[in-house]
Design a binder for this molecule. Structure first.
Ligand SMILES: [Ca+2]
Ligand SMILES: [Ca+2]
Ligand SMILES: [Ca+2]
Length: 448
């Protein structure tokens, strides 16, 4: 392959494998259609990033697209100054060598991947997946509200502070806004996935994340960490959990357009997704990482971004956005079975009560832990589902960030990170770190 100036190397980009860190595999498994192979580059599809000094981005973009007879399919003006387009690889240098272009990233397939799996429960998961696709039978009474173990474990229940006045973006598969336990929560959104259907959820994962953040404190189902917040449904992945770099950046572009610096209301974004990659700790400007650059722009616009550490039982430094230590709050997963500290609950499929989940990524970039095993939350068809992953841990922290911001308006993202860590439970004071790889505190919302 021709190496043109400004093209991120395969190593730099990594096999950007967008992984939904949860057991959404059941959905992929029961559907006959499979997502494209994750991590593969999409031939002829690129993200072009202009230098910050370019004053007329519209003109520059139109000129470049015309020059290579490209097929532009998205333009970014908030999280990036740039665009996504298809053009011939032989025209790559004509774009990358233009003095107005900072760098070009190859677009890559992103997708759900294998999730933590307890093989003894496969049969049960399959039958539940079928059940969930059908939804509750007509006329059946919704389940009475119970306190999810994760919300109980972080002591977010019964708080006067519900995060009211703070908006949280769920950058995921969308949100089922009509779910009765999320009624009135979703105030807007955008469909950045390649498939139709608007910004509602056709997978279930995003709705689950949304419920952990903000499910209503009513008489049914579950309750979220911050039931007073409003949500934005930023759909970047299709019903199979598949997307691309360009669709994720489209979502970040939307979030940034609704950020405080733009006069908007989105203060927190949850990204329970990620894949292989590394951080240059310089917003992608050193290693030509368009995703990192977009996340930094959202950060700079006043959005606190909370991300899952990943489920590979590996260093989080090898996964993005978890590795972007300069821009996000990275969350590992705690195994907790009883909603209480102290390790007296029964063992989970992923470790003893109040230890870190065996699948959780770890390492210096991880800022805080939160419950991520057997988390019950909202699902498609007005249902509920109990699943595991750092995907489920991250929204506990996103909700807690909203609680803190509600009482500290104008606070910076790093001050939110530090406050949550300071308020958290230190190792040995309610949980233990069996393998000595999780020094991060565990989320506690008592003082928020
Ligand atoms: Ca509690
Ligand atoms: Ca409820
Ligand atoms: Ca426990």
């Amino acid at each position: 392959m021709t190496r043109a100036k400004g093209i991120a190397s395969a190593v730099t980009i990594g096999a950007f494998l967008l992984v939904l860190f949860a057991s959404v595999f059941v959905f992929a498994a029961v559907d006959s259609e499979r997502p494209e192979r994750a991590g593969e580059r999409i031939p002829g599809q690129y993200i072009v990033v202009f230098k910050d000094s370019v004053s007329d981005v519209d003109a520059a973009e139109n000129e470049l697209v015309a020059r290579v007879r490209g097929e532009r399919f998205d333009s970014y003006r908030n999280a990036l100054n740039g665009f996504a387009a298809r053009f011939s690889e032989s025209d790559l240098s004509a774009i990358a060598d233009d003095p107005r272009v900072a760098f070009v990233s190859e677009d890559r397939v992103v997708s759900i991947a294998d999730a933590p799996l307890d093989t003894s429960r496969v049969r049960d998961l399959y039958s539940r997946a079928r059940e969930n696709k059908k939804g509750p039978s007509a006329g059946a009474a919704p389940p009475a509200q119970t306190l999810p173990t994760g919300v109980d474990r972080v002591n977010a229940e019964g708080k006067a502070n519900t995060g009211a006045g703070v908006d949280v973006a769920v950058v995921d598969t969308g949100i089922l806004a009509s779910h009765p336990d999320l009624a009135g929560k979703v105030v807007g959104g955008k469909n950045c996935s390649s498939s139709g259907g608007g910004y509602t959820d056709q997978n279930g994962h995003g709705t689950h994340v949304a419920g952990t953040i903000a499910a209503l404190n009513n008489t049914q189902g579950v309750v979220g960490v911050a039931p007073g917040v409003k949500l934005w449904s930023v759909r970047v992945l299709n019903k199979f959990g598949s997307g691309s770099w360009s669709s994720v950046i489209c979502g970040l572009d939307f979030v940034t357009s609704k950020a405080p610096a733009k006069g908007g209301t989105i203060r927190v974004a949850n990204m329970s997704l990620g894949g292989s990659g590394i951080s240059d700790n310089n917003c992608g400007n050193t290693n030509n990482d368009a995703l990192h650059k977009a996340i930094c722009r959202a950060r700079d616009a006043g959005v606190t971004i909370v991300v899952a550490a990943g489920n590979s039982g590996a260093p989080a430094a090898s996964f993005v956005p978890a590795a972007y230590d300069d821009a996000v709050i990275t969350v590992s997963a705690l195994a907790d079975s009883d909603g209480k500290p102290g390790g007296v609950g029964s063992a989970t499929s992923y470790g003893a009560d109040d230890t870190f989940a065996s699948f959780s990524n770890f390492g210096p970039g991880v800022d805080i832990g939160a419950p991520g095993v057997a988390i019950n939350s909202t699902w498609l068809s007005n249902g509920y589902r109990t699943i595991s992953g750092t995907s489920m841990a991250s929204p506990h922290v996103a909700g807690a960030a909203a609680l803190y911001i509600a009482t500290h308006p104008g606070v910076s993202w790093s001050a939110v990170r530090d406050a949550l860590a300071l308020a958290g439970e230190a190792v040995g004071l309610g949980h233990s770190d069996t393998f000595g790889i999780h020094p991060e505190p565990v989320l506690l919302a008592d003082t928020l």
